[in-house]
Design a protein around this ligand. Structure first.
Ligand code: PEP
Ligand code: MG
Length: 324
């Protein structure tokens, strides 16, 4: 309602709204790529691997062990290609698989998955990928395949990073399949673990082109609130000062190193959060497909306010400009 009541905007029919802060879109399955691209988003800030991998209908590590790696690579390449083509030349960041053990367990062949007391604090994201490199290798092979077809708009995004060695090891695996070094591939990580935000400089030094705030997890871990626990959901707040403080720190350091900053958590679809992020100087905001338009308008408004505020501040600082 607040957004509608804002008013006072002159909208030129049909003219695209251009913002300095990029507005991207989250894509969870290749089937919606065309529709997501039609929103006019500046790229894909999060291409989820989960749907593509789960659609093989079997535990992916077992699948590979049964000698079907090539089939999995093919399936992934097809999905990545579909999205990269729909958005070309706009960038598409593919996030490597991040499913907790309880989700792996539900797949056919998942009965041997460990029972973890806290799956959200457990064997997931880059930690698991490095322990089971056969799956990460298949993902990297799929990306390499699509990049070599001429799609130079793909980035690799690693989830749940907390240690510089994790980036180094992932890149070693990429090197073993010929994906690294590669001039046409960008590298990035999600900022989801508070530790990652606090040691951002050391992580950037491993060679990153971008970082993206996974605020769903960053909020969960910063505030010690299980994101799936309804009983404490009222305390879950992506705009909590502690979360914003971590975000602000990362943006500041990333700017120093010329690393692009983005957000791909749910909070990127929240106009109030978008306004805060524009003020913090974020480079891009990735929203759900149905929120792209609202976020674009919100970002445009907030950028206008910032420009006016800066201009007025200068006006009153320079006495001569007030003389008539
Ligand atoms: C996040 O943590 O904000 C995120 C985008 O990743 P996921 O929701 O898959 O954990
Ligand atoms: Mg996450």
């Amino acid at each position: 309602e607040e957004e509608k009541a804002a008013g006072g905007q002159v909208v030129v029919a049909g003219a695209p709204l251009i913002t300095a802060t990029k507005v991207k879109v989250n894509v969870s399955m290749p089937e919606v790529a065309e529709r997501a691209a039609a929103t006019g988003a500046d790229g894909v800030g999060l291409l989820r691997a989960e749907h593509m991998i789960l659609s093989i209908g079997q535990h992916p590590v077992k699948f590979i062990k049964e000698g079907k790696e090539e089939e999995l690579v093919e399936k992934l390449a097809e999905g990545i290609r579909t999205v990269a083509a729909a958005f070309y030349p706009r960038p598409v960041w593919y996030r490597t698989l991040d499913a907790p053990t309880n989700e792996f367990k539900e797949m056919p062949g998942g009965e041997d998955e460990p029972d973890e007391r806290n799956p959200m604090l457990g064997w997931r994201g880059i930690r698991r990928s490095l322990d089971q490199p056969e799956l990460l290798r298949a993902e990297f092979k799929a990306i390499k395949k699509v990049v070599e077809e001429g799609y130079d708009n793909i980035g690799v995004m690693l989830p749940l990073v907390g240690h510089p060695e994790q980036i180094r090891k992932a890149k070693e695996i990429a090197r073993s399949v010929g994906l690294e070094p590669h001039k046409d591939v960008e590298w990035g990580i999600m900022i989801e673990v508070p530790a990652a935000a606090l040691i951002i400089e050391d992580l950037i030094k491993e060679g990153l082109d971008f970082v993206s705030f996974g605020t769903n997890d960053l909020t969960q871990y910063t505030l010690a609130i299980d994101r799936d626990n309804d009983r404490i959901a009222y305390l879950y707040d992506e705009k909590h000062p502690a979360v914003l403080k971590l975000i602000k720190h990362v943006i500041k350091v990333a700017k120093k190193y010329g690393v692009e900053t983005s957000i791909c958590g749910q909070a990127g679809s929240d106009p109030k959060m978008a306004r805060i992020l524009v003020r913090l100087g974020i480079d891009s905001i990735s929203a759900n497909p149905d929120a792209v338009e609202l976020i674009r308008k919100t970002v445009a408004q907030e950028e206008q306010k910032l420009i006016l505020e800066a201009a007025r501040k200068r006006l009153f600082e320079d006495e001569d400009e007030l003389d008539f």
